[in-house]
Design a protein around this ligand. Structure first.
Ligand code: PMP
Length: 484
């Protein structure tokens, strides 16, 4: 190989294990001695369908997915699932409760960051207007309310703040006093942009509040009811296969794009509880909107994920990655390594904070294991673009890349008319808190601060993280000396 490979801290697509890439490159020419490359072989060949079934079994084993749930492989990414969950779970709700009106089909969103906000906005867009899909979106909690500055996503809110609607159980008391469960309850387990993640320790105040949705039996008045199957949906795009999933069996849908911990972009994995594999046409007869076939969970599941041509290459690479996880000790081992990686990195960021050089963005206890976000400060103690650039340049000289924080790539144009002057400003739309436009009569200066984000997914090794820690330490020292 010619050039040395960089250490890639990108948020996705992201690093993949070298051994996997090497094996994949061989199989690009000849897959399993068929004489045909993996990107050329039929998705209906016995070699490929066998490989797919094997991948399903390996994921099932690693994540301990019970037989109540199907694992399906599809396309369209996390964004596709923002829409798919709305269609499928509204159809399910229509079949369960045909008598309800649209305003009674609630879609409840926990908003803890940019991605859950986007998912909620997509649900609102789909539901809106007389031609909408027929549901009402409710924000159960918005984490910005509990942030340090009142506008950032920097925390997992306290359990007491979640306003889930009460729902009926089969208890006689609830039956007549409460409405049926919502059509959907949604959260994003790891917010890739904001670096906020639910704790996997269910006793932690920053864990997902399962207890509010699934109260212990003693809460069931008369003790005779049991919980209905709740439509709990989780976006696991950026933490899938990084550690075990708490209370997996209590979820209706768990989805993840592959391009963080698992493989190339183009593959989306969805774990669906079987009661959510609904007959969309039957729901349609009751007034539900038709589901585009490539989004219909039942259609995909019934055809073992080959209803149409799947992303053969991405599935293949994901298969190699999962085998690699197994060979290295499985998810339990990965959990330990990932825990050590994030502890080392947050540890040095804390040192930088004490030295006045760095500042963590996320509140204690809500920090992501996968996406570590922080800011670089100038002499004045404020975020400094120049210092940030020095940090990025120094890292890049040491072969560490893709450390710049997230940018939304939507181009916006605004026109401002002053007395004689028209100022046209063009800027990348970034979170408003990150944009500080300074306008004066002579023109426009735009200060954009996105901070640093180090994504330390599975394929970023403990050695890679240690390399970054050494560099951050040096950086802190150099900055301190230059300011003395
Ligand atoms: N959810 C999360 C948590 C993500 O990180 C991303 C993408 N980075 C998405 C959803 C959207 O995924 P995609 O780009 O595959 O549509």
């Amino acid at each position: 190989m010619s050039a040395k490979r960089a250490v890639n801290f990108g948020a996705g697509p992201s690093a993949l294990p070298l051994s996997v890439l090497q094996e994949a490159s061989t199989n690009l020419l000849n897959f399993q001695n068929t004489g045909i490359g993996i990107t050329e072989i039929s998705h209906r060949s016995k070699e490929f369908t066998g490989f797919l079934a094997d991948l399903e079994a390996r994921i099932r084993k690693q994540l301990d997915v019970p037989p109540t749930h199907k694992i399906i492989f599809t396309q369209g990414g996390g964004t596709g699932q923002f829409s798919a969950v709305v269609y499928n779970l509204l159809a399910r709700h229509r079949l369960l409760h045909p008598e309800l009106g649209d305003d009674e089909r609630r879609l409840e969103y926990v908003v803890t960051g940019s991605w859950s906000k986007k998912a909620m906005e997509e649900a609102k867009r789909l539901c809106a207007g007389p031609r909408g899909v027929g549901g009402t979106v409710k924000v159960v909690v918005d984490a910005r309310t509990f942030s340090k500055d009142g506008k950032s996503f920097d925390n997992i809110p306290p359990h007491a703040e979640y306003q889930f609607s009460p729902y009926t159980t089969t208890s006689l008391v609830h039956l007549r006093t409460r409405p049926p469960p919502p059509a959907l309850i949604y959260y994003c387990e790891n917010e890739t942009v904001d670096g906020v993640q639910f704790s996997d320790d269910l006793k932690s105040p920053q864990s997902f509040p399962f207890g509010l949705l699934f109260p212990p039996d003693s809460d069931n008045e008369e003790g005779e009811g049991h919980q209905p199957l709740l439509p709990l949906v989780a976006d696991y795009s950026s933490s899938f296969m990084s550690r075990p999933i708490p209370r997996l069996a209590d979820h209706a849908v768990i989805f993840a794009g592959a391009q963080k911990n698992l493989g190339p972009a183009g593959l989306t994995i969805v774990i669906v509880r079987q009661d959510c594999l609904v007959d969309a046409d039957a729901a349609g007869k009751l007034g539900a909107p038709p589901i585009p076939l490539t989004f219909a969970y039942k259609t995909i599941a019934d055809s073992n994920s080959v209803y149409n041509t799947p992303s053969v290459f991405a599935i293949y690479v994901a298969g190699l990655v999962v085998k690699n996880i197994e060979e290295e000790g499985g998810l339990v081992q990965y959990e330990q390594v990932n825990r050590r990686k994030k502890e080392k990195l947050y540890g040095i960021v804390k040192v930088g904070e004490e030295a006045g050089v760095l500042r963590r963005k996320v509140q204690e206890g809500s920090e992501s294991w996968m996406n570590v976000v922080f800011e670089v400060l100038g002499v004045d103690g404020l975020v400094s673009k120049e210092a940030e650039q020095r940090f990025i340049d120094g890292a890049s000289q040491r072969g560490m890349v893709a450390l710049k924080g997230h940018r939304f790539a939507t181009l916006h144009t605004s026109f401002y008319f002053s007395e004689k002057l028209t100022i046209i400003r063009l800027f990348l739309e970034i979170d408003p808190s990150e944009v500080r436009p300074l306008i004066n009569v002579a023109g426009l200066a735009l200060i954009v601060s996105t901070g640093i984000r180090a994504s330390i997914y599975n394929a970023v090794t403990e050695d890679d993280v240690e390399g970054l820690v050494v560099y951050v330490k040096e950086f802190i020292q150099t900055e301190k000396e230059s300011r003395a």
